[in-house]
Design a binder for this molecule. Structure first.
Ligand SMILES: Cc1ncc(COP(=O)(O)O)c(C=O)c1O
Length: 429
């Protein structure tokens, strides 16, 4: 695979201005600037073409600029752009609420709160859980990422830099270790919660909710054991503690089911969604049972949350997921995972290959026996892939994640595997 000469001249200019004028808090692992996209591919300002397996961080699940999404946005923008759901009703919002109630696990006795992002959907869930239970304590997991606003950040326990100098955070948040079958296979999380946490720092009758990502995303694509969430939910139910399922990254078909928690067959009390729900239009939603979401008028709202264009884009996205894309995520995901596993046997610095559907990852280590993470090598691999025309992102300490759009085909997966292998070979040399 021929290497691109990055950044090209136009990208170089943008990079220089980006460094001058844009907040220094953003990550910028790729030496390029993207101009347009179509399906699984994007082109930079110098005409370089990349296979995009980052999908705007698991957002463009229907591919870039899917024609049906583009048409939906165009049509709705000629009809109504904004009205504010805070004070007015409009049909697209109600239709989307009804659809989300229908497709989320559980019966139809649910209601939906609309906002603009993943963090906001988590903020709503924190407020709702405290309001509904009249309890204060919140449990979350180490390695979790729930967003960067103050409430969501207080649950996030992913990286030091995300908290440093921002305190004090929300009081009453307690973190516990997440079950990691690769790094800590003997840890019994539910037992630890019951026998240690509940008996020491978190009296269960004071706990409003436990927040969990069904598969930890930013924390490293960590998949809990098959019986974990069922056992956890049983324990939480015993004490009336709400289970909040953060589907912001793992949801909307990415794992081969509409919501990742369906792999564990439990019904969450509150579900947070955003990212992939509207193919790139900003919207978040918090879905809860009607007995929980019965807070009074004025208790919570958002000016932009659930604007008509995002609602219509979400309805079209869900239609595409239901009719073809979730099935494709399963088929392509199985193939991709199997090929990544084959490939990993030749490279001892790949410690683990894991994933569900098209939420796939490789963990890069210094040594397979010690499992010592190798973040520098991980970053080098990502850079080599970019130079060969594949955009991927890291997560966790030393994990590479592959987030292709759910529209991906076998030729594109093979292209990605080819670039990945060439990059691994280049590094091994
Ligand atoms: C699981 C999870 N929850 C919440 C968020 C926050 O979403 P946003 O960046 O839209 O605020 C993210 C973002 O990566 C996430 O992965």
């Amino acid at each position: 695979m021929e290497k691109l000469n990055l950044p090209g001249p136009k990208a170089k200019e943008i990079i220089e201005e980006d460094e001058k004028f844009v907040s220094s808090s953003y990550g910028r692992p790729h030496p390029t600037a993207i101009e347009y996209g179509k399906g699984s591919w994007v082109w930079d300002v110098d005409g370089n073409k990349f296979l995009d397996f980052s999908t705007g961080i698991s957002v463009c699940n229907t591919g870039h600029c899917h024609p049906e999404i583009v048409r939906t946005i165009q049509e709705q923008s000629e009809l109504l752009i904004h009205m504010s759901n805070s004070d007015f009703r409009y049909p697209s919002l109600v239709r989307l609420a009804k659809k989300l109630v229908e497709i989320t696990p559980g019966d139809s006795n649910k209601r939906v709160f609309f906002c603009n992002s993943g963090a906001e959907s988590v903020e709503a869930a924190i407020k709702l859980a405290r309001w509904a239970t009249k309890r204060q304590l919140i449990l979350a997991f180490y390695g979790a990422f729930h967003g960067r606003t103050y409430g969501a950040m207080s649950l996030t326990a992913s990286k030091e830099v995300q908290r440093e100098r921002f305190g004090p955070l929300l009081p009453g948040v307690i973190h516990i270790p997440f079950p990691d079958t690769y790094r800590n296979p003997d840890f019994d999380c539910v037992k630890y919660l019951e026998e240690v946490v509940f008996k020491t720092i978190a009296p269960p009758n004071d706990v409003a909710a436990l927040f969990a990502e069904p598969i930890q995303g930013e924390g490293g694509y960590i998949i809990p054991p098959p019986d974990f969430f069922q056992e956890l939910k049983k324990l939480l139910d015993k004490y009336g503690i709400l289970f909040v399922d953060d589907e912001v990254q793992a949801g909307m078909g990415r794992t081969g089911k509409m919501f990742a928690i369906e792999h564990w067959g439990i019904i969450p009390d509150i579900i947070c969604v955003a990212k992939g729900i509207a193919s790139g239009m900003p919207i978040g939603a918090t879905v809860a049972h009607r007995n929980i979401m019965n807070w009074p008028q004025g208790a919570h709202a958002s000016t932009f949350g659930g604007n008509p264009i995002s609602c219509e884009a979400a309805l079209t996205t869900i239609k595409l997921l239901e009719t073809e894309l979730i099935e494709n995520a399963n088929n392509m995901g199985d193939y991709f995972l199997q090929e990544l596993r084959k490939l990993s046997t030749e490279y001892t610095f790949i410690g683990d290959v894991r994933g569900k559907g098209l939420m796939l990852a490789c963990e890069i280590v210094k040594d397979r026996d010690t499992k010592e993470p190798d973040p520098e090598l991980r970053d080098k691999i990502i850079h080599e892939c970019c130079l060969r025309g594949l955009l991927i992102l890291g997560c966790g300490t030393s994990v590479i994640r592959f987030m292709s759009p759910l529209t991906v085909n076998k030729e594109e997966v093979d292209f990605a595997l080819g670039v990945f292998e060439d990059s691994l070979k280049a590094i091994k040399r």
